[in-house]
Design a protein around this ligand. Structure first.
Ligand SMILES: [Mg+2]
Length: 172
Protein backbone atom coordinates (compact mmCIF):
# COMPACT_ATOMS: atom_id res chain seq x y z
CA UNK A 1 0.00 0.00 0.00
CA UNK A 2 2.73 2.46 0.97
CA UNK A 3 4.55 2.16 -2.35
CA UNK A 4 1.47 2.32 -4.52
CA UNK A 5 0.10 5.44 -2.81
CA UNK A 6 2.61 7.53 -4.68
CA UNK A 7 0.84 6.51 -7.88
CA UNK A 8 -2.73 7.07 -6.68
CA UNK A 9 -4.73 9.40 -8.91
CA UNK A 10 -6.78 12.12 -7.23
CA UNK A 11 -9.90 10.74 -8.91
CA UNK A 12 -10.80 7.73 -10.98
CA UNK A 13 -13.74 7.38 -13.37
CA UNK A 14 -14.71 4.51 -15.62
CA UNK A 15 -14.56 6.76 -18.70
CA UNK A 16 -14.34 10.40 -19.79
CA UNK A 17 -18.15 10.46 -20.06
CA UNK A 18 -18.42 9.98 -16.31
CA UNK A 19 -15.95 12.65 -15.25
CA UNK A 20 -17.76 15.03 -12.94
CA UNK A 21 -17.04 18.47 -14.39
CA UNK A 22 -18.24 20.09 -11.14
CA UNK A 23 -15.26 18.61 -9.33
CA UNK A 24 -12.97 20.36 -11.81
CA UNK A 25 -14.89 23.63 -11.55
CA UNK A 26 -14.97 23.55 -7.76
CA UNK A 27 -11.23 22.98 -7.67
CA UNK A 28 -10.61 25.96 -9.95
CA UNK A 29 -9.34 23.91 -12.89
CA UNK A 30 -8.86 26.04 -16.02
CA UNK A 31 -6.56 23.83 -18.09
CA UNK A 32 -6.75 20.15 -19.01
CA UNK A 33 -3.85 18.11 -20.32
CA UNK A 34 -5.39 15.19 -22.15
CA UNK A 35 -4.02 11.83 -23.16
CA UNK A 36 -5.50 10.49 -26.42
CA UNK A 37 -4.89 6.76 -26.79
CA UNK A 38 -7.37 4.66 -24.81
CA UNK A 39 -8.46 7.79 -22.92
CA UNK A 40 -10.40 9.77 -25.54
CA UNK A 41 -10.55 7.10 -28.24
CA UNK A 42 -9.32 3.53 -28.68
CA UNK A 43 -5.69 3.17 -29.65
CA UNK A 44 -6.83 2.10 -33.11
CA UNK A 45 -9.15 5.08 -33.87
CA UNK A 46 -7.43 7.77 -35.93
CA UNK A 47 -10.25 10.30 -35.45
CA UNK A 48 -12.25 11.58 -32.46
CA UNK A 49 -15.66 9.95 -32.07
CA UNK A 50 -18.87 11.50 -30.65
CA UNK A 51 -17.94 10.44 -27.14
CA UNK A 52 -14.62 12.27 -27.33
CA UNK A 53 -16.13 15.34 -29.00
CA UNK A 54 -18.90 15.56 -26.39
CA UNK A 55 -16.33 15.52 -23.63
CA UNK A 56 -14.19 18.17 -25.31
CA UNK A 57 -17.29 20.35 -25.75
CA UNK A 58 -18.17 19.88 -22.09
CA UNK A 59 -14.72 21.15 -21.09
CA UNK A 60 -15.05 24.13 -23.42
CA UNK A 61 -18.54 25.02 -22.18
CA UNK A 62 -17.17 25.06 -18.66
CA UNK A 63 -14.31 27.38 -19.54
CA UNK A 64 -11.62 24.70 -19.37
CA UNK A 65 -8.98 24.95 -22.11
CA UNK A 66 -7.38 21.71 -23.23
CA UNK A 67 -4.45 20.35 -25.16
CA UNK A 68 -3.23 16.91 -26.13
CA UNK A 69 -0.05 15.62 -24.52
CA UNK A 70 0.69 12.19 -25.90
CA UNK A 71 3.57 9.76 -25.96
CA UNK A 72 2.49 8.80 -29.45
CA UNK A 73 4.04 10.36 -32.57
CA UNK A 74 3.07 13.58 -34.32
CA UNK A 75 1.41 11.88 -37.31
CA UNK A 76 -1.18 10.20 -35.11
CA UNK A 77 -1.79 13.25 -32.93
CA UNK A 78 -2.08 15.73 -35.81
CA UNK A 79 -4.57 13.51 -37.65
CA UNK A 80 -6.65 13.16 -34.48
CA UNK A 81 -6.48 16.91 -33.91
CA UNK A 82 -7.18 17.92 -37.53
CA UNK A 83 -10.73 19.20 -36.96
CA UNK A 84 -10.26 20.15 -33.32
CA UNK A 85 -7.23 22.41 -33.64
CA UNK A 86 -6.05 22.21 -30.03
CA UNK A 87 -2.40 22.64 -29.07
CA UNK A 88 -0.59 19.30 -29.34
CA UNK A 89 2.52 17.90 -27.67
CA UNK A 90 3.46 14.56 -29.27
CA UNK A 91 6.38 12.39 -28.13
CA UNK A 92 5.79 13.79 -24.66
CA UNK A 93 7.67 10.98 -22.89
CA UNK A 94 5.30 10.92 -19.90
CA UNK A 95 6.00 10.35 -17.00
CA UNK A 96 8.87 12.72 -17.79
CA UNK A 97 7.85 16.34 -17.45
CA UNK A 98 8.96 17.52 -20.88
CA UNK A 99 5.59 17.66 -22.64
CA UNK A 100 3.55 18.44 -19.54
CA UNK A 101 5.75 21.43 -18.64
CA UNK A 102 5.74 22.73 -22.22
CA UNK A 103 1.94 22.55 -22.31
CA UNK A 104 1.56 24.29 -18.95
CA UNK A 105 3.96 27.03 -19.96
CA UNK A 106 2.13 27.66 -23.25
CA UNK A 107 -1.19 27.86 -21.37
CA UNK A 108 0.24 30.09 -18.66
CA UNK A 109 -1.10 27.42 -16.29
CA UNK A 110 -0.04 26.68 -12.74
CA UNK A 111 -0.13 23.60 -10.50
CA UNK A 112 -3.41 24.62 -8.89
CA UNK A 113 -5.47 25.16 -12.04
CA UNK A 114 -4.32 22.23 -14.18
CA UNK A 115 -5.53 18.64 -14.46
CA UNK A 116 -4.11 15.71 -16.40
CA UNK A 117 -6.54 13.05 -17.61
CA UNK A 118 -5.32 9.69 -18.86
CA UNK A 119 -5.67 5.92 -18.75
CA UNK A 120 -2.21 4.91 -17.58
CA UNK A 121 -0.89 4.96 -14.04
CA UNK A 122 2.79 4.93 -14.93
CA UNK A 123 2.68 7.61 -17.61
CA UNK A 124 -0.33 9.93 -17.14
CA UNK A 125 -0.90 9.76 -13.39
CA UNK A 126 2.75 9.54 -12.41
CA UNK A 127 3.66 12.36 -14.81
CA UNK A 128 0.86 14.51 -13.40
CA UNK A 129 1.89 13.81 -9.84
CA UNK A 130 5.49 14.68 -10.61
CA UNK A 131 4.26 17.96 -12.10
CA UNK A 132 2.21 18.58 -8.95
CA UNK A 133 -1.12 18.89 -10.78
CA UNK A 134 -4.51 17.24 -10.28
CA UNK A 135 -4.68 13.74 -11.74
CA UNK A 136 -7.67 11.82 -13.12
CA UNK A 137 -7.39 8.20 -14.19
CA UNK A 138 -9.95 6.60 -16.49
CA UNK A 139 -10.27 2.95 -17.43
CA UNK A 140 -8.54 2.25 -20.76
CA UNK A 141 -11.10 2.14 -23.58
CA UNK A 142 -9.53 -0.82 -25.31
CA UNK A 143 -6.67 -2.98 -24.21
CA UNK A 144 -3.65 -3.21 -26.43
CA UNK A 145 -2.80 -6.88 -26.21
CA UNK A 146 0.97 -6.98 -26.51
CA UNK A 147 3.00 -8.77 -23.86
CA UNK A 148 4.51 -5.48 -22.71
CA UNK A 149 1.09 -3.91 -22.17
CA UNK A 150 -0.16 -6.94 -20.27
CA UNK A 151 2.96 -6.74 -18.09
CA UNK A 152 2.41 -3.04 -17.41
CA UNK A 153 -1.31 -3.46 -16.80
CA UNK A 154 -0.58 -6.13 -14.22
CA UNK A 155 1.27 -3.59 -12.08
CA UNK A 156 -1.30 -0.91 -12.79
CA UNK A 157 -4.00 -3.25 -11.54
CA UNK A 158 -2.17 -3.57 -8.20
CA UNK A 159 -2.15 0.22 -7.80
CA UNK A 160 -5.76 0.66 -8.89
CA UNK A 161 -6.96 -2.09 -6.55
CA UNK A 162 -5.09 -0.45 -3.68
CA UNK A 163 -6.52 2.93 -4.61
CA UNK A 164 -10.09 1.62 -4.68
CA UNK A 165 -9.60 -0.19 -1.38
CA UNK A 166 -8.17 2.99 0.13
CA UNK A 167 -11.17 5.02 -1.10
CA UNK A 168 -13.63 2.53 0.40
CA UNK A 169 -11.78 2.60 3.69
CA UNK A 170 -11.74 6.40 3.75
CA UNK A 171 -15.51 6.46 3.24
CA UNK A 172 -16.12 4.31 6.33
MG1 LIG B 1 -3.25 6.36 -23.09
Amino acid sequence: MRISKRFFPDYKFSSISYIDINILKNRGIKFAILDIDNTLVPYTSPKPDDNALNFLNKLKENGIKYCFVSNNHGGRINLFNEEIGAPVYPNAAKPLLLGIRKAMKAFGANKKNTVIIGDQVFTDVWGGKRAGILTILVDPIKECNTAFFRFKRHFERIIVNDFELNQRENKK
